[in-house]
Design a protein around this ligand. Structure first.
Ligand code: PLP
Length: 326
């Protein structure tokens, strides 16, 4: 592993650094889910950030660590959306110019949010890897600093702050799970929780249709997988063939990765609307769907990370029509 990895101390430092910009998210007990699962289920509501997702934590930690010179030249990122929105928001607040590169597959709701964010938008290619290539061109031609959406120790440390909030509020937590894509979230949570108590179970959930980390872990090295449409669009994208940090950290700290079908994901979204009156995106609904459809082995005190809310109204409409009872 690269010399620069992530420690629990880095995560505590990140927590202090980002505190003036980021509110602690609520942790709520879900009565109905706990009833269904026959154990205690809590929801960590990362969907309530002004940015719409937890990605604001890592983006803020990273940007606050840039040098004066780097801030002056500006930043760029590639992202399936939520990291881009977060970078745009915090950059604007700090007076830093941001250019967000996205592929043509990023859904309209996220494109609209990015347009409103004040960042310069570059739409390029068919995949996250194409968007990443555009970032590299901008780094070479304009000196912009590339902010990697997950494979970066400072981004990972920022996402890990969720783990500190969880254990402060619920010290008895024994199982944590949520949507897994590039692995920044699970790497941060993994370092935080396993350093505190190695017996805490960390589980990743990915759609069968886009399971780059799952396939890579199985193969023992980063692999490319083809992207297919999924309701969990924030989980699209590869882990990068040159992955430095999140692959070894997920390998080390994530106990299990479970694959979900589209019906699991939409069931989770529907449940959240009906029982908690909150609209969340597919990537954020994986944990709930996995419980409802009994895809995941639970502990006694479980926390699901509800990671984001950027879902289009047409998707919500489809979901309301497709499911009827809980
Ligand atoms: C990015 C994202 C994830 C997954 O995070 P990774 O660090 O890429 O694994 C999950 N849910 C939402 C809503 C996201 O935006």
């Amino acid at each position: 592993m690269d010399q620069r990895s992530v420690s629990l101390r880095d995560i505590w430092k990140a927590k202090k650094r980002i505190a003036p910009y980021i509110q602690q998210s609520p942790l709520i007990y879900s009565e109905r889910l706990s009833e269904i699962a026959n154990c205690a289920i809590y929801l960590k509501l990362e969907n309530l950030h002004a940015s719409g997702s937890f990605k604001i934590r890592g983006a803020t930690n990273k940007i606050l660590l840039l040098t004066e010179e780097e801030r002056k030249l500006g930043v760029t990122t590639f992202s399936t959306g939520n990291f881009g929105v977060s970078v745009a928001m915090i950059a604007k607040q700090l007076g830093i110019r941001a250019t967000v590169c996205i592929s043509e597959r990023v859904p309209q709701t996220k494109v609209a949010a990015l347009r409103r964010s004040g960042a310069k938008l570059e739409i390029y290619g068919q995949s996250q890897d194409d968007a990443a290539e555009r970032c590299e061109q901008l780094q070479k031609s304009k000196g912009l600093t590339i902010l990697h959406p997950f494979d970066d120790p400072e981004v990972i440390a920022g996402q890990g702050t969720i783990g500190l909030e969880i254990i402060e509020e619920l010290p008895e937590v024994d199982t944590i799970f949520g949507g897994l894509s590039g692995g920044g979230l699970h790497s941060g949570i993994g370092v935080a929780m396993k350093t505190i108590d190695p017996s805490i179970n960390i589980i990743g959930l990915s759609p069968t249709s886009s399971a780059a980390m799952y396939e890579s872990i199985k193969a023992g090295k980063p692999l490319l997988v083809e992207e297919q449409d999924t309701y969990a669009d924030s989980l699209l994208g590869g882990i990068g063939l040159n992955n430095k940090f999140t692959f070894p950290l997920v390998q080390k700290y994530v106990d299990d990765i479970i694959l979900l079908e589209e019906e699991d994901i939409t069931a989770g979204m529907h449940f959240m609307l009906i029982h908690h009156r909150m609209a969340i995106e597919g990537a954020a609904a994986c944990g709930i769907g996995a419980i409802i459809n009994k895809k995941v082995k639970l502990g006694t005190h479980n926390v699901i990370m509800i990671t984001g809310n950027r879902v289009g109204s047409e998707v919500l409409f489809d979901i309301m029509q497709a499911h009827h009872s809980w």
